[in-house]
Design a protein around this ligand. Structure first.
Ligand code: GLP
Length: 263
């Protein structure tokens, strides 16, 4: 696993956006096949999305041959609900870039048969050639997508019950009303994320420091599903200084030193 330690949220977001843009351009140089990009929601990726939009508008970065798959979606929220991840993605990324609508894939939390929706999502990912790069964030308890602690580390897309902790944290998007936060979500599994050719996880801020510590220094364990990234061949975590607050000094120095010449 690589750990890229940037000064702050802004610098980490730019690093991530540049990395994604470089990957899209690198594939386009050698292949006509679409670049398949996994995407998260949450406050964490907003800076990365802003930078990707800027690169699209000012530097000609095109998403015309990019297919996206979002990580998760609440069960029961229609696509036009203000807190649906459909709405979030359109407002914060898709409406500002040149991605064809038919290339966007987001789980349908209103599907009549939720299990069939999850199975078809996995099939669609496979049909697209698998995910080239999965971008993600992390919950305060170390969850990846909506794979709460004790989720199977080989799980695939399925229905998950949200923990009370996650509902409390996400209540900020529902006027502070925990009861308004859906109790169920559809989410890609840990195994789905790990099947991507590359995984890039953003971890910013002091509130995420315990999750980062567990994921980087702890054992690979279902207690912190992000720690499964340790078993990926091309896992990268981009974090800021505040998120390093719980790392050992030696760990911090190791990654600062080994990455110092990598941009
Ligand atoms: C939710 C999402 C995760 C996200 C997490 C952190 O639980 N399902 O994918 O990583 O929130 O959110 P934030 O980035 O707002 O801290």
């Amino acid at each position: 696993m690589r750990l890229i330690i940037e000064n702050d949220y802004a610098a980490g977001s730019v690093w991530a956006a540049r990395h994604i843009a470089a990957a899209i351009r690198a594939k386009a140089k050698v292949s006509d096949k679409p670049f398949v990009l996994g995407l998260p929601t949450g406050s964490t990726p907003l800076g990365t999305y802003r930078e990707l939009i800027r690169m699209h508008k000012e530097e000609g970065l095109s998403f015309r041959n990019v297919i996206t798959f979002n990580m998760d979606e609440y069960v029961g929220l229609p696509a036009d609900h203000p807190q649906s991840y459909h709405r979030f993605m359109h407002e914060n990324l898709f409406d500002h870039i040149d991605i064809p609508a038919s290339n966007v894939n987001i789980l349908d939390g209103t599907a009549e048969d939720l299990e069939a929706e999850c199975a078809s999502y996995e099939a669609r990912i496979e049909a697209a050639g698998g995910i080239d790069l999965f971008l993600g964030g992390v919950g305060e308890d170390g969850h990846l997508a909506f794979n709460e602690p004790f989720s199977s580390l080989v799980s695939r897309t399925r229905v998950k019950t949200l923990t009370y902790d996650t509902k409390v944290v996400n209540a900020r998007f529902f006027d502070g009303d925990i009861d308004a936060v859906p109790s169920l979500a559809l989410t890609v599994g840990v195994g789905t994320v790990l099947s991507a050719k590359e995984v890039l996880i953003l971890v910013f801020g002091y509130k995420k420091s315990r999750a980062l510590q567990a994921a980087v220094e702890g054992a690979c364990s279902h207690c912190c599903t992000l720690s499964a990234l340790q078993a990926h061949r091309h896992g990268i975590v981009v974090c800021d200084e505040l998120a390093c607050s719980d790392l050992k000094v030696s760990t911090y120095r190791y990654f600062k030193d080994i990455e110092k010449d990598n941009l």
